[in-house]
Design a protein around this ligand. Structure first.
Ligand code: COA
Length: 297
């Protein structure tokens, strides 16, 4: 832990120059950007206005020094109720070109093109309802923490549509084959505990502990070398679709890249501390060894 590049984060409130403030709220706190979808009266359903603001927010925070970890959540009792059924569907009836353009804007601009490859670590903090189109930003985030009480559903089948907007792709990436098919075909809702069991989120905690647990996870990520962290998460996403030879070459290249970007200093420090100074044992940090009777580690 002590090898991470030292970095000072400050907390601050938004200023007038920032793109968020209406449908998207951002709280900057000690390196964590809490990014909130903010249409609670509409259960944070994603409409074109929210998406436009979110796209600019995602872009702005990518290079904002105050954001070390990006946390995506929702205002009130919802994460997001998915796509806005009124603005995306009913209002584009009879206008298929507008419908498709809107869909593209929605998904490609901020979710799986930008957020999925974000230069900073991302966490979805699922506080409540998460339906349909909400699965794409959920899976686009690197990690996810849910409230046990949150309710998820691939509910498109109930609306006479199939899960487009890359929801099906997101579900197939984050869920096992049988679970993904079952949920797409039945639209059956499930809670945060089940989402954790299925691996759709990393963990679920009671809602009262959600923010604290997410903050603790964000702090772990902030303590790592950010260059290596970025390389590691992007590599994980890329290697999934590569064959073994290509993946091996790619990973060597990414290691070299990280070295050129300064990560070798961390590596050298860690090796010295472990091999020469014998004062660093990362494997023992979480699980201290106790010798019976001696109390020694
Ligand atoms: N698109 C547009 N509006 C939505 C919406 C959506 N996806 N989800 C909720 N809303 C709106 C409702 O129309 C309602 O608007 P109104 O107050 O102007 O009438 C408002 O949000 C509150 O919704 P309501 O259903 O009264 O809230 P609830 O707390 O009783 O239930 C949900 C919350 C999320 C369970 C319920 O709104 C729901 O099932 N939404 C649809 C979820 C879904 O299937 N999304 C996938 C779309 S593919």
């Amino acid at each position: 832990m002590f090898f991470a590049r030292a970095r000072c984060y400050s907390s601050s409130m938004a200023t007038d120059r920032e793109p968020w403030g209406k449908n998207v709220l951002v709280e900057l706190e000690d390196g964590i950007a809490w990014v909130t979808m903010n249409r609670p009266a509409k259960r944070n359903a994603m409409n074109p206005a929210l998406i436009a603001e979110m796209k600019q927010t995602v872009e702005a925070l990518a290079t904002d020094e105050r954001c070390g970890v990006f946390v995506l959540t929702g205002a009130g009792e919802s994460f997001t109720a998915g796509m806005d059924l009124e603005e995306y569907f009913r209002q584009t009836d009879g206008a298929p070109d507008t419908f498709l353009l809107n869909l593209r804007r929605m998904n490609e601009e901020w979710q799986w093109r930008r957020l999925r490859d974000y230069p900073k670590p991302t966490i979805a903090m699922v506080n409540g309802w998460c339906f349909g189109g909400g699965f794409t930003p959920l899976v686009a985030c690197d990690l996810a923490v849910a409230a046990e009480e949150a309710v998820f559903g691939l509910s498109e089948i109930n609306w006479g549509i199939l899960p487009a907007g890359n929801v099906t792709k997101a579900a197939s990436e984050a869920l096992g084959y049988r679970d993904a098919l079952y949920l797409v075909m039945t639209g059956e809702p499930f809670d945060g505990r089940v989402a954790a069991q299925k691996g759709l989120v990393n963990l679920a905690v009671p809602r009262a502990q959600l923010r604290e647990r997410t903050r603790a996870l964000a702090k772990v990520l902030l303590s790592k070398n950010q260059t290596v962290l970025r390389g590691a998460k992007i590599a994980m996403k890329r290697c999934r679709t590569m064959d073994w030879d290509t993946s091996a070459d790619y990973l060597y290249a990414k290691v070299s890249e990280a070295f050129h970007l300064g990560a070798h200093q961390n590596r050298n420090q860690a090796l010295e501390a472990f091999l020469d100074e014998k004062r660093f044992r990362p494997g023992l940090e979480s699980f201290p060894r106790t010798e019976p009777g001696s109390g020694e580690r």
